[in-house]
Ligand binder design. Sequence first.
Ligand SMILES: *Cc1c(COP(=O)(O)O)cnc(C)c1O
Length: 415
Amino acid sequence: MDAPVFKGIFTQQAAIPEEGITAALAVLRSGRIHRYNTLGDEPSETALLEKDYAEWQGAEFCLACASGGQAMQIALRAAGVSPGDTVLTNAFTLAPVPGAIAAVGGQSVLVEITEDLVIDLADLERKQAQSGARYLLLSHMRGHLADMDRLTDMAARLGLIVIEDCAHTMGATWAGTRSGNFGLAGCFSTQTYKHINSGEGGLLTSNDPDFMARAIILSGSYMLYDRHGAAPAEQAFEAPRLDMPNMSARMDNLRAAILRPQLASLESSILAWNLRYDAVARHLAGCTALVLPTRPPQGRFVGSSIQFRIPQTDGPRAEHLLERWKCRGVEVKWFGRPTATGFTSTHHDWGYLDRQDLPRTDRILSGLFDMRLPLSFSVEDCDVIGRILVEEAVWTESARSSPTRPSAPAGPGPE
Ligand SMILES: *Cc1c(COP(=O)(O)O)cnc(C)c1O
């Protein structure tokens, strides 16, 4: 049988919609790129994006920021985190999360994860008791949602202020509630590899007017906070207006202009991602070597990437399999590498944190693989990818149980 090689590019995103390109050109022609550079009562594209996003998210307030990382830093500071304060966060996340905690002088205490790649609630309770932490920056890493009913109950019981990192859950819901609406604030990223793409960018949402007034001042609003699209009433700014430092983390009109049409079509992008996820997952579900995390029925996920585990793998075997997948054009990332590679890093690479003992997370990460599913891939492409993932994994497994194990990729597998 043939052994197809996949030709797609894993870092190729979908093009910006024509409407966004037209809107971006209008901003460029006007020269008014800064969000506060408006004429008369004209709302800026940034203010309009804030209004659109608040509406879409079902949150009262929204602030557009320079990045998702900046949204988290502002959120932590506006929530009251002071230098030296402990902030709990799940150990499986992206570097900007512990980075945001460090930026506000916080001390990250990392919480173990489960086999389903979500925060381990028992360990959360334990670490909260040990540290006395008042803050949880909950990262829905790669779109995996914890049991948000149990989590919010626990947070209320422990007096934890929850800020959600929704970089991979823009558009996801738990029991009908949008991710980002469970705690004090939701932080979103519009960086190129997330669900809407402006190169860099972030959005912060909340229903708390005092929190949002502080956040808006922190973002660098000067005294122009009345030019925001989804801000609290004037009186909320009276207390914080002179107390909050200007952190200069604003979004600009060019980025907002290309984001608004993408937001308008986000729902169809989500459906498209989930078709692609399912096309890959179908193959993996029939393969005992590759274990997909369980996604509970209460969650509505956005399948913009896929993760799977090979529970009993070791370094050489994982490297061998990665190489075989790569030979067939399928780029897979692995969280078990001893050092950070590209975007993929673990808590062992975050040398500015106190060393933390996370045996369960380490065991899970050592067998955890990860792949983007950009919308530039067709569903048929994803079907081919799923097939290649399984064929090579099965081939490697059967080679392992035979007496002579190949030490290097030897071309396409037997089937
Ligand atoms: C991308 C990302 C962020 C924020 O990233 P920015 O590049 O700062 O926008 C936060 N958390 C996770 C899990 C991410 O993947």
